[in-house]
Write a protein that binds this ligand. Structure first.
Ligand code: SAH
Length: 204
C-alpha cells in the first residue's frame, strides 16, 4: 500500500505515473455538515487529473446536487459516463437502513458512484452487477466491496484513490488525501519523481 498526505488542489499529479483505475470520493460542497473541509465546484472542475490516465476507468462518488456536477466533472476531465454503481445501505442485521443519517426530504438508504471511461481501457466486461448491498460504517466511509469489484474489472493494475483516508489504503492502490498519516511510497520511479518535485517532504 502506498499513500501521500497532500492537498489535491495543488498536488503535481504527474509524479505518480499512470493508472488503470481511479476512484474519488470528493468533499463536494453540498451544504451539509461534514467533519472536514469541502471543495468548491470550480476547484472540483479544475482538478488536474488529465495526466493520470490515457485508457482507464474512473469511479466518482456523488450525492445530492453533485450527481449533476459530478457528471460535468467527468466530461470536463475527459471521461464518458458509462454507468452508475448503487450502494444499498444495510444495518448490522443486513436489513435496509431506514433511519438514514443523511437526506433532507427522504432518509437516504443508498449512495451513487458514477462510472466513467477514457480512451480504450482493457477491462473485463460484465463480471459484477452495478449494485452493492453492504453495511454502513463511519460517516462518509464507502464499502470495501468496491475494491473487489475494481480488482475483478482490472486485475493487477495500478490503481489510485483520491480523497482516501487511512482505512482506504491497501496493496495495489496509491491513496491521496489530507487526513493520511504522512507519506509512504515504495515504487522507485514515483519516489524519484516525488523527491524531485517535493524535496522538503520526507518519504517513509
Ligand atoms: N471514501 C472515504 C471518505 C472520503 S471523505 C472513506 O471511505 O472513508 C473526503 C476526504 O477528503 C476527507 O478525508 C477530507 O479530509 C479529504 N479532503 C478534503 N479536501 C481535501 C483536499 N483539498 N485535499 C486532500 N484531501 C481533501
Amino acid at each position: 500500500a502506498q499513500w501521500l498526505n497532500c492537498d489535491v488542489r495543488s498536488f503535481n499529479y504527474s509524479v505518480l505515473g499512470q493508472f488503470s483505475v481511479l476512484m474519488a470520493d470528493p468533499p463536494w460542497d453540498i451544504h451539509m455538515e461534514l467533519p472536514y473541509g469541502t471543495m468548491t465546484d470550480e476547484e472540483m472542475l479544475a482538478m488536474n487529473v488529465q495526466c493520470l490516465q490515457t485508457d482507464g476507468v474512473i469511479c466518482l462518488w456523488v450525492t445530492g446536487r453533485a450527481m449533476e456536477l459530478g457528471r460535468d466533472c467527468l466530461t470536463t476531465w475527459g471521461y464518458k459516463c458509462v454507468g452508475e454503481i448503487l450502494w444499498i445501505k444495510t444495518n448490522q442485521l443486513q436489513r435496509l437502513i431506514r433511519t438514514g443519517r443523511t437526506g433532507h426530504w427522504m432518509n437516504h438508504s443508498k449512495e451513487h458512484c458514477l462510472v466513467g471511461i477514457k480512451g480504450d481501457p482493457k477491462i473485463n466486461h460484465n463480471i459484477d452487477t452495478d449494485v452493492i448491498v453492504a453495511e454502513v460504517r463511519e460517516t462518509s466511509r464507502k464499502p470495501d466491496e468496491i475494491y473487489g469489484m475494481l480488482e475483478r474489472l482490472s486485475p493487477g493494475t495500478r490503481k489510485l484513490e483520491i480523497f482516501g483516508r487511512a482505512h482506504n489504503t491497501r496493496p495495489g492502490w496509491f491513496t491521496l488525501g489530507n487526513q493520511l498519516p504522512g507519506t509512504r511510497i515504495t515504487d522507485p520511479q514515483v519516489r524519484e519523481l516525488f523527491a524531485e518535485s517535493y524535496p522538503d517532504v520526507p518519504i517513509d
